[in-house]
Design a protein. Structure first.
Ligand SMILES: [Fe+2]
Ligand SMILES: [Fe+2]
Length: 399
């Protein structure tokens, strides 16, 4: 026993040493692979368009110096390339997730410290800009009434974002789990996005409280966030991501084209959407990456079901918009401080519905980037189906 023991121990030590060496070689190889991937990602980041200057002019106008990425700076890779390669191993794709993290860290803001700053709304100023409110068409309204209607629309605008962010946050959390034991960069980007959407919901709840302080009683926000979220999340991921990209693109388009250039808006209301825009820029990129990732793993039949679901979701958004336009028209007419003829009442209701259909449906689907991505992920027959479904809503908004 005594003579064999050292031999056994020696074999044991030798075997253990071999196992350690193998583990170390594997760890070194994994680290080297990670380094290579990271290096490829960094090289791709320099070339993938995130450093592009497409919005330099807009950034200069609003005094926002950060490098805001935009889906318009999408790398010029073919669709087939983009969807044929496993996303987590695609250095360009990883670089885009990584860039979202970097910008998210750089632009991160706090509700009270950076946005509210102890301020209250200036009710002598408008909330919703003319470019989105379509109020100018209601020529029988006095300037004071136009301003009040812009407050009603601006209050609803903030509540609509708080509403959709309930389902967006839940969906993003669900998507992040798919990266849980995979691409840790994608995971972090999606976790940050979820966190930001939770913060945005808190910001919009704060806005609702502050709007209520300075407006007559009786305002109602009709849809219930959890009910809407449950209905949306029951649809296919392909469709949910399509709707989300549409929303997160129009958020940015509204700020750039209508909110930022309007000098007559309440400074606090305007700042809320400036800060919101800063974080939404990354979200739209993540929506697109996740939509393409989902698309790549579906069968043709599943994609076709996604198109049907997307049409159903747009119809559901239109249903919400119709109910809220009715509620807002009733509130405005009841609280404006004078009576309106039935014709004027109808015009107010129709004007609100047109404005909301423009804000929440038509402006998003007409965004060039949305049309481009949708064009890559659908067939001509599917696009015709979507176009037919949208035609009455878009036509009314434009009329
Ligand atoms: Fe948001
Ligand atoms: Fe978002």
């Amino acid at each position: 026993m005594r003579s064999r023991r050292p031999q056994r121990d020696s074999h044991f030590v030798e075997a253990e040493s071999l196992r350690r060496m193998t583990r170390k070689r594997r760890a070194d190889a994994a680290e080297s692979q990670r380094d290579q991937l990271q290096a490829r990602a960094l090289r791709a980041a320099a070339a993938n368009g995130f450093g592009g200057d497409a919005f330099a002019e807009v950034r200069a106008q609003i005094g926002f110096e950060s490098e805001l990425p935009t889906v318009l700076n999408h790398p010029k890779e073919s669709t087939m390339q983009a969807i044929a390669i496993e996303p987590s191993m695609h250095a360009g794709t990883t670089a885009r997730y990584a860039k979202c993290i970097e910008v998210s860290k750089r632009v991160r803001w706090d509700i009270e410290r950076d946005v509210i700053l102890g301020r209250r709304f200036d009710f002598d100023k408008k909330f919703m800009p003319d470019g989105l409110s379509k109020i100018g068409r209601l020529t029988f309204l006095q300037p004071r009434e136009q301003r009040f209607l812009s407050h009603v629309q601006g209050r609803t605008y903030a509540n609509i974002f708080g509403l959709v962010e309930r389902y967006i946050g839940a969906k993003t959390l669900e998507l992040s789990r798919e990266h849980g034991l995979g691409d840790q960069i994608a995971l972090e980007a999606l976790v940050r996005m979820t966190d930001e959407e939770l913060k945005h919901q808190a910001l919009f709840r704060r806005l609702e409280e502050m709007a209520a302080e300075g407006m007559p009683a009786g305002y109602r926000f009709v849809p219930e966030p959890n009910e809407v979220a449950q209905a949306v999340l029951s649809k296919s991921t392909w469709a949910v991501l399509g709707l989300t990209l549409d929303i997160e693109l129009f958020t940015q388009a509204h700020y750039r084209s209508s909110i930022e250039p309007d000098a007559e808006l309440s400074p606090l209301w305007k700042d809320v959407f400036l800060f919101h825009w800063k974080e939404e820029s990354q979200h739209a990129i993540l929506d697109e990456l996740e939509w393409r990732r989902e698309h790549a793993r579906l069968t043709e039949a599943q994609r076709d079901q996604g198109v049907d679901d997307l049409i159903g979701l747009v119809a559901a958004v239109d249903g919400i918009v119709q109910a809220q336009a009715q509620a807002d028209a009733e509130y405005f007419i009841g609280a404006a401080g004078r009576s309106f003829t039935p014709t004027q009442g109808d015009a107010i209701h129709d004007g609100l519905l047109r404005a909301y259909r423009w804000q929440y449906v038509a402006s998003g689907v007409q965004e060039p980037r949305f049309a481009e991505v949708l064009g890559e992920l659908t067939t001509p027959v599917q696009r015709e189906r979507i176009g037919r479904a949208l035609a009455p809503i878009v036509g009314h908004a434009a009329g």
